[in-house]
Unconditional design. Structure first.
Length: 144
């Protein structure tokens, strides 16, 4: 069993998608499959699909937690990758799901809010997840 000490947040950099589509994108790059452990949907699975409220905030599983991800070079061995579908705008339901998922993962793996990081905090060439990480950590530091 591997030790998880960080959770790294990402965005899909697309206005649509889900775990199945990201899996296909990553396989096209020659990877084994989806590099993230979790995907939080925004209600739009494909580019031309209508919004689906039932899938807005849906948390999908990607790689199993005990498998090393492919989402943050140099940090994959000891982290979990969480990807929000979107570029710079995310839905309220995605934030509700994100907070719930992060709290669950923090408790399961004994991870402090300070160890919840945005991909850009580890790679200066990235902007992902395009979220105010200090705010995310402040929310996680408050009692549920």
């Amino acid at each position: 069993m591997r030790t998880i000490s960080q959770i790294i947040l990402h965005c899909s950099d697309s206005g649509f998608g889900n775990a199945e589509l990201i899996d296909a994108w990553h396989r096209e790059r020659g990877w084994e499959g989806i590099g993230y452990h979790f995907v939080i949907c925004n209600g739009q699975a494909a580019a031309h699909n209508a919004y689906n409220a039932a899938t807005d905030g849906l948390v999908q599983t990607g790689r199993p937690e005990m498998h090393i991800g492919a989402h943050a070079k140099g940090h994959n061995a000891h982290s979990l990758g969480v990807c929000l579908i979107g570029e710079r705008r995310f839905t309220g339901m995605q934030f509700v799901a994100l907070q719930s998922l992060l709290r669950t993962l923090q408790k399961r793996h004994h991870i402090a809010p300070a160890a919840v990081l945005g991909h850009a905090e580890l790679d200066p060439h990235k902007t992902c997840p395009n979220l105010p990480m200090a705010w995310i950590r402040a929310v996680l530091a408050q009692p549920a």
